[in-house]
Design a protein around this ligand. Structure first.
Ligand SMILES: Nc1ncnc2c1ncn2[C@@H]1O[C@H](COP(=O)(O)OP(=O)(O)OP(=O)(O)O)[C@@H](O)[C@H]1O
Length: 315
């Protein structure tokens, strides 16, 4: 499938700070790609390099088949961009501002601005200085989506939106994907984009530590396990402890020959059931994986598919 974005070895150094240390990723046409990372990880820097707002120190970047440094302004019409902080002229209304953006990035279909504004519950006739943080964000979203661009690059799109509007935004992403548009989103929290993104890159300190589908992240995430069994704690722990991905937390002997066991488990469910085959299990709870926790653990892990080479010091 054609890649709308293709990035190899992208590095960006600001005076004393290496914001990106050589990252690789590809975004196929019609897909939704999310980049997750803590403050300062390099998300905004990566997006700005794609848009030629800043120039990479090293690496190759292709956006819509072109090198952004040479593409010229016409490529910007094919892209919708929501910056982390939208610079708004304070005294003019949202409607005038959208007309101004439409003149730059248009054409915009008649009624499209109003349709998006009403979907997000945004008043277009208020001066931007009177808008709340969430409403400014909505204005930014309208200007990014209004010309139905082939590619949407959205820096923390759900920031400042209440849960209802976050859901509305996810609907807009779904509609855009349905029309074959490609989306590149960033967030601090996997929970904000896990429903929207096909694939997610986890960025930490300028490196991609992992790229995976949300399902893959979920499959590798630790889940809390509780077992109630008609046996003694030693027998139950002895059956489960050798399981790959099992971390024993606690066992408790109950009266009448039963016991409970608590553990964290990130292994295969089939292997768990197999290990329990010889045990008289009275009850078993395997909770939904905590994706947020899995991502937080990855923030602390060494780079997985960055440009790190054996023998080089880790950041
Ligand atoms: N213009 C700049 N000059 C100097 N340093 C910069 C500049 N822009 C970004 N940085 C630094 O590069 C690093 C990456 O910043 P970036 O804004 O890309 O991170 P981010 O992942 O988007 O963070 P956040 O979630 O806080 O927005 C940070 O340490 C930041 O201070």
């Amino acid at each position: 499938m054609e890649n709308v974005i293709s990035v190899q070895g992208l590095a960006k150094r600001f005076a004393r700070r290496e914001a990106l240390r050589g990252i690789d990723f590809e975004i196929p046409r019609g897909s939704v790609f999310g980049v997750i990372g803590p403050n300062g990880a390099g998300k905004t820097t990566a997006m700005r390099c794609l848009l030629d707002i800043i120039r990479p120190t090293a690496g190759t970047v292709r956006v819509l088949g072109a090198d952004p440094r040479r593409a010229g302004p016409e490529i910007r019409r094919r892209i919708g961009y929501l910056p982390g902080e939208l610079a708004l002229e304070r005294r003019i209304t949202g409607r005038r501002m959208m007309d101004h953006f439409a003149a730059i990035s248009g054409p915009v279909a008649p009624g499209r601005i109003e349709e998006l504004a009403s979907r997000l519950g945004l008043e277009l006739d208020r001066q931007s200085r009177k808008l709340s943080k969430g409403n400014k964000q909505k204005l930014g979203l309208v200007q990014a989506f209004m010309h139905d661009p082939e590619l949407l690059i959205l820096d923390e799109p759900t920031s400042g939106l209440d849960p209802l509007m976050q859901r509305e935004f996810l609907g807009m992403v779904e509609d855009a994907r349905g029309r074959g548009q490609t989306l590149f989103l960033s967030s601090h929290l996997i929970g904000e984009i896990e429903q929207a993104a096909d694939r997610v890159a986890i960025l930490r300190d300028g490196f991609i530590v992992r790229t995976a589908t949300v399902q893959e992240l979920r499959a590798g995430a630790r889940r809390r396990l509780r077992v109630l069994a008609a046996t003694d704690p030693e027998a139950l722990a002895g059956a489960l402890e050798p399981l790959p991905g099992l971390q024993l937390l606690d066992t408790e002997r109950l009266g009448d020959g039963a016991c409970t066991l608590e553990a964290k488990f990130s292994g295969e469910v089939g292997a768990l059931l197999h290990a329990l085959a010889g045990i008289q299990v009275l009850d078993l709870v395997l909770e939904e994986p905590d994706l947020e926790e899995a991502v937080l653990e990855l923030y602390g892990s060494p780079p997985g598919n960055g440009r790190h080479r054996a023998g080089e010091p880790r950041p």
